[in-house]
Ligand binder design. Structure first.
Ligand code: PMP
Length: 443
């Protein structure tokens, strides 16, 4: 039994935020910790397809997908159907106490979908950060080594180890140290900001040279990288960078971990962004898009690495919760039946074309990048490459006032990123891009 589809329209019936949202904000201030922020303080009541509807009846075009989560849309029919069925059967037994089929079925899907024809195993968790933590545990147990290599502009989460792996200080790390040890940072390939043009392979050699000299190849348990960096500003490394890093890991006995938490599940036009250059990571971390909005995460990888961990070494009370697994099976079914990877490519073409138009008229747009339905613009002071975070903030605020939900990102806070649900209807995508163009006009 599916919910009737929400009207797929932008609709503003009050100021933004409206009175009911303002009242909820007042209640929130009294009881919710100030450290938890919100991009757009309108309180959601319904969401589906390409819109989020707030408690005042305003309907926003969604270019955020709850930060790359609702790839299949909110309350997608197969997700709702599976969740309803599961929630009525049982909500939790704990897989570590009495297991159930849904967990196994999700791991079967992951084994089939994650790149590589090798034998794979998965372990399920609750959040992206938890998956990254566990990937590091697995790599350390399998290699008997300690060092973790992460990259400039990386984002891997907010737990202690993943904060150490995350590059940006404010707001993610500021005041929260000391951080986990044995985490080393290597330079990325960031084509737009290289001081001189440098190929992907050369950028990889630059990183490798630093790893070899400052960490020591024989000490590296794992190299962890987002194939396209998410929070860092949708930075797509130059072609050849990722393949060379993966090759170096193989030569050096280090585990190559692709953090596909933001890029995974059809977002970039493939099931996983690693596929674009034919990379076969040793381990892949996933979360976000995997379960249509329910909390689920996974580490998937080579059987011999995954099985190197002793029984009882991995897990958690809720990891692979049955309701979240049911949701994931519904979401994956929909990604397959609706060919959402292909749809992401179409969205990417439409977005890139519109953004190129905007760039022609507005030199504040320094760079357009990303892949599939994961596209961003980096804003700079015209005439150079000095980051313009203020412009990004103003454009986002204007979009929000007009009923378009957009997110910012980037080490310098000067990136606008667009992550529409992959089921967004064309007319809303076009309207959203027109609103964006309007916001640049007003800037
Ligand atoms: N890795 C990447 C690449 C991410 O984008 C995120 C979330 N933005 C995380 C890890 C952390 O995931 P979570 O917020 O679910 O812990």
């Amino acid at each position: 039994m599916s919910e009737p589809l929400l009207a797929q329209e932008r609709r503003l019936v009050t100021e933004v935020p409206g009175p009911k949202s303002a009242e909820l904000a007042r209640r929130r201030r009294a009881v919710v910790a100030a450290g938890v922020g919100s991009v757009l303080p309108v309180y959601a009541e319904r969401a589906g397809g390409g819109v989020v509807v707030d408690v005042d009846g305003n309907s926003f075009i969604d270019f955020g997908s709850g930060i790359a989560v609702t790839n299949v849309g909110n309350s997608a029919e197969p997700v709702v159907r599976n969740v309803r069925e599961q929630v009525g059967a049982f909500t939790h037994t704990c897989f570590m106490v009495t297991p159930y089929e849904g967990y196994v079925a999700v791991c079967e899907e992951l084994a089939a979908l994650v790149p590589g024809g090798h034998e794979k195993r998965s372990a399920l968790f609750n959040s992206g950060a938890e998956a990254v933590e566990n990937a590091v545990k697995i790599a350390r147990a399998a290699t008997g080594r300690n060092a973790v290599v992460a990259f400039d502009h990386a984002y891997h989460g907010r737990t202690n180890l993943t904060m150490a792996m995350t590059a940006k200080s404010a707001p993610y790390k500021q005041g929260f140290g000391p951080f986990a040890g044995e985490v080393y940072r290597a330079p990325l390939s960031y084509p737009y900001r290289e001081p001189v043009e440098i190929s992907g392979k050369e950028a990889a050699e630059r990183a490798i040279s630093l790893i070899e000299s400052q960490v020591g190849a024989g000490n590296v348990a794992c190299v962890v990288i987002e194939p396209i960096q998410g929070e860092g500003g949708f930075i797509e490394p130059a072609p050849g960078f990722l393949p060379r890093l993966a090759e170096w890991c193989q030569e050096s006995g280090a585990v190559f971990v692709a953090d596909e938490i933001q890029t995974g599940f059809c977002r970039t036009g493939d099931w996983f962004a690693s596929e674009h250059e034919g990379i076969v990571p040793d381990l892949v971390t996933t979360a976000k898009g995997i379960a249509g909005g329910l909390p689920l995460a996974a580490v998937t990888g080579r059987a011999e690495l995954m099985d190197a961990v002793h029984a009882g070494g991995l897990g958690g009370t809720y990891g692979g919760n049955p309701v979240a697994c049911a949701a994931a099976l519904g979401a994956i079914e929909l990604m397959r039946s609706e060919r959402l990877a292909e749809r992401a490519r179409g969205i990417g073409e439409a977005m890139s074309a519109a953004l190129r138009e905007i760039q022609r008229a507005h030199p504040v747009v320094g760079d357009i990048r990303g892949r599939g339905a994961m596209i961003a613009v980096e804003l700079v002071k015209p005439g150079g490459k000095v980051p313009d975070a203020e412009a990004a903030k103003r454009i986002a605020a204007d979009c929000h006032r007009e009923g378009l939900l957009v997110l910012t990102a980037g080490t310098y806070g000067n990136v606008l990123r667009f992550l529409p649900p992959l089921v967004m209807p064309d007319h809303l995508l076009r309207e959203g891009l027109d609103l964006l163009a309007g916001a640049f006009e007003k800037l």
